[in-house]
Ligand binder design. Structure first.
Ligand code: NAD
Ligand code: DAU
Length: 341
């Protein structure tokens, strides 16, 4: 392996955003990068997402836990990564309500082990992929990077732990850390448990779309490919110790999104099912990402383009998501929604 190529150590690369990011990197840099994908392969990690790149000479996959300090160190020693990008996380709010421990372990403690390995090596940049959920809920206006952190679920509290721990390594050890806080992503390869991926796949199968509470909670929707371009842009152009919000500039109530999904899949409103609200359900997220935009990054996708690409992808890739909706998934679905899928 030629050391001239920049080496990326990417965690959680078999998940939704991580796998989109690896595809994006190869499209952008081709042979000029060397990518290590380190992933525990939890229920949300799917090697199928990277089938088309697994034979590449400049790609390696390691199955491992970010909390496995020894294995992380061994891989760092072998490859001497230039960049560490931590996508690995337990990421689903609903699951964090039933089983918080894994979230604290991976989303806070796991970040600690990666930071420790990174400070022993001459890495050029450590990007901690955080989330807008660390800010909590906002009734009016938008969160800036200066806003206070009021995470309200075990997931977002665990992410806030990792977010601030990463910052502390910049202040204390001069580790070149940057923290990103993105809004709700949607797009190809998203495990069918999140609002858009679940509702699109359920609609395609004429199954009900379970809306929590009154359906008026608001999220800011970001197409995953725009998130990927933002992360790479920040890696190259961001400043150490900084936080960058990455928004979609696209606020929508859940009911509105649901209706758009029904329209895009050609299904009737009768599929809507009103269900019990999520415990501690954040009412609204809204991000001000002017800091990143003034640095020169721009979104490429409108919501209409992103949704059209997403619905097309799930329609054409049943082979990807149908096997996921089986076994443990069906048990989770029944215990969570109170009915069979
Ligand atoms: P995901 O659940 O689809 O993927 C997470 C990946 O991390 C999986 O491949 C899983 O196997 C892996 N993983 C989990 N625990 C691990 C561990 N202990 N060690 C190694 N690998 C582990 O998540 P996603 O939606 O792709 O989110 C990626 C990152 O982006 C997360 O850090 C999440 O907090 C953040 N984020 C997500 C969104 C969103 O809307 N999905 C928005 C903002 C930020
Ligand atoms: O904002 C960024 C965050 O977005 C990420 O950090 C998280 O990893 C990601 O999971 C996502 O969290 P949310 O809780 O906002 O996403 P989710 O898709 O679970 O829910 C979006 C909205 O839809 C929320 O108001 C809850 C609602 N919802 C969700 C599901 C799964 C429903 O009404 N019904 C559902 O079945």
């Amino acid at each position: 392996m030629s050391k001239k190529r920049e080496v990326y150590f990417i965690t959680g690369g078999c998940g939704f955003i991580g796998s989109n990011f690896i595809h994006y990197l190869f499209e952008l840099h081709g042979q000029n990068v060397f990518v290590i994908n380190y992933d525990k392969l939890t229920y949300a990690g799917n090697p199928e997402n990277l089938k088309s790149v697994e034979e590449r000479e400049n790609y390696r996959f390691y199955k491992g836990d970010i909390c496995d300090q020894e294995l992380v160190e061994r891989i760092f020693n072998q490859y001497q990564p230039d960049y560490v990008i931590n996508f690995a996380a337990e990421s689903h709010v609903d699951r964090s309500i039933g089983n918080p421990e894994d979230f604290i372990r991976t989303d806070t403690l796991g970040v600690f082990y990666l930071l420790e390995a990174s400070r022993k090596h001459q890495i050029k940049r450590f990007i901690q992929i955080s989330t807008d959920e660390v800010y909590g809920s906002i009734q009016e206006g938008k969160f800036t990077e200066e806003s206070g952190l009021f995470p309200s679920s075990p997931y977002s509290a665990g992410k806030a732990g990792g977010d601030r721990l990463a910052y502390s390594y910049y202040v204390t050890y001069n580790l070149p850390v940057i923290v990103t806080r993105a809004s709700n992503n949607y797009g190809p390869y998203q495990y069918p448990e999140k609002l858009i991926s679940l509702f699109v796949t359920n609609a395609l199968d004429d199954k009900s779309l379970p809306i929590y509470g009154d359906g008026k909670n608001v999220r800011d929707w970001l197409f995953v490919k725009d998130h990927c371009s933002a992360v790479e842009f920040i890696l190259r152009n961001g400043n150490d110790g900084e936080i960058y919000n990455v928004g979609g500039n696209c606020e929508k109530e859940n009911l509105e999104i649901t209706r758009e999904i029904l329209k895009a899949t050609g299904k009737e409103e009768s599929l809507i099912k009103w269900v019990k609200d999520r415990a501690g359900h954040d009412r609204r997220y809204a991000l001000d990402d002017n800091k990143l935009v003034s640095l020169g990054w721009n979104r490429e996708y409108t919501f209409e383009q992103g949704m059209a690409e997403t619905v097309k992808w799930y329609t054409e890739n049943r082979k990807w998501w149908e096997p996921l909706k089986s076994g443990e998934y069906l048990e989770y679905y029944k215990s969570h929604y109170g009915e069979e899928l």
